[in-house]
Ligand binder design. Structure first.
Ligand SMILES: [Fe+2]
Length: 411
């Protein structure tokens, strides 16, 4: 897939901005207007909406607020493409995003071009505060590139003729090593983003935590191991499950990961394929991840254990930063790639966390309820968008993202 574009960390802000904007268009290139209009379920969004909403973000928070005389492309779009910003006023209901046959995909491409041209003209004279918002807008659009791919997968998975979106890259972890556990650090460690480079507000402040003695697995749980869990009655044994998780399994009659199909196959962005049994299991919820860990007699890592382990770069596990400072997934291991990894940690504020002033203060802080932190990155995460302090988060029943499992244990 086209997410494997490598952005030079030394590239200018303008280069990174327009490379990011172009990548979004490239991702959408295989789609028809109809493909781009479907919303497969209320939590997912149409491809067309992602293209427009990321554009609205720049138009609103950079051009409208910081460029004198900027004229919006269409005054009605703020209502259509505001996602959840209460400070920006009323908006189209999220579950109805798939009802919008107009504007067309071509009109949305025109919207993108209008905003890109205005950004290009404005960049040389933007204030430092506005340039920070451009940086936030780039990172925001990268998040939506991943959502774009997971939402397209959910869309095409609804179609019995099983369309192919794109050829897949080989898994980063293509040869499963034997499962081994490695000691993490014990005692007081520091986690969270420092101020040295861009990070989302929820990743900081950097702060101290105490880690009890623990060990972390060298790799993610594989499809083969998940098959053993199923064959051992994992989805039929309430004793493995959190109470909410068991109620969820029973309510939906679940018995396997989201996209597993007839025996031995799964639906992917490349259509239906044989399951690669050595590859990491994907599209499992936090409830499933937790149940698997209990079945295996271990547990999920905490987010602090995971982050400190990734940042301390155990040479046994390999990893993670190449010479240019970018995360480089390593065959057989590494902490970044293939699937996001569920932790056992609730998504909440770090000590000293403060929301930003203005509407962008709604970016992360207001979602700190009922969500679980995931660490790492997935095959759909744009290169250059991964770091140890990153805190992805979803409600515990979520599984349409590329989500998997790394195990941990008390030492
Ligand atoms: Fe957004």
């Amino acid at each position: 897939m086209a997410t494997q574009v490598h952005l030079d960390p030394a590239a200018t802000l303008a280069q990174r901005l327009f490379a990011t904007r172009k990548l979004t268009l490239d991702l959408a290139a295989p789609l028809s207007d109809a493909d781009a209009t479907i919303q497969p379920f209320p939590d997912a969004s149409p491809a067309k909406w992602h293209l427009a909403h990321t554009t609205w973000f720049f138009e609103t928070f950079v051009l409208r607020d910081h460029v004198a005389g900027y004229r919006p492309f269409d005054d009605r779009y703020a209502f259509l493409f505001n996602s959840y910003y209460e400070a920006e006023g009323p908006r189209h209901a999220r579950p109805h995003r798939g009802m919008l046959s107009r504007p067309s995909l071509d009109q949305i491409r025109g919207y993108r071009a209008h905003v890109d041209e205005a950004l290009d003209r404005a960049l040389p004279s933007l204030s430092a505060a506005a340039l920070d918002l451009v940086e936030l807008g780039i990172n925001h659009e990268q998040q939506h590139q991943e959502l774009f791919l997971t939402d397209i997968l959910a869309t095409l998975a609804e179609n019995p003729i099983e369309p192919v979106f794109a050829e897949l890259p080989p898994p980063a972890c293509f040869a499963a090593e034997p499962l081994t556990y490695h000691p993490g650090r014990e005692g007081i460690v520091e986690v969270g983003a420092s101020d040295a480079a861009f990070a989302f507000d929820c990743e900081g402040p950097r702060h101290r935590v105490f880690l009890n003695a623990h060990r972390i697995a060298n790799r993610r749980v594989t499809n083969r191991e998940w098959r053993e869990f199923i064959d051992d009655g994992g989805y039929r044994s309430p004793t493995h499950w959190l109470s909410d998780g068991w109620a969820w399994v029973e309510q939906h009659g679940l018995a396997c990961p989201l996209y597993w199909r007839e025996e031995g196959t799964e639906f992917t962005l490349a259509g239906r394929r044989e399951i690669d049994w050595a590859a990491p299991v994907a599209h499992v919820s936090h409830y499933e991840a937790d149940a698997f860990a209990r079945w295996a007699g271990v547990r999920l890592p905490t987010e602090a254990e995971w982050e400190d382990f990734a940042a301390s770069a155990d040479p046994m596990i390999g990893n993670q930063l190449d010479a240019a400072g970018a995360v480089a997934p390593r065959p057989g291991g590494g902490m970044f790639g293939d699937v996001w990894e569920w932790t056992q940690s609730a998504y909440s504020a770090y000590p000293g966390f403060a929301t930003a002033v203005g509407a962008v203060g709604e970016y992360n802080g207001k979602f700190m309820s009922g969500q679980i932190v995931l660490k790492g990155a997935s095959c759909a995460t744009p290169r250059g968008h991964s770091r140890a302090s990153y805190r992805n988060f979803f409600p515990p029943a979520t599984r349409w993202q590329f989500t998997g499992v790394r195990l941990a244990q008390d030492a």
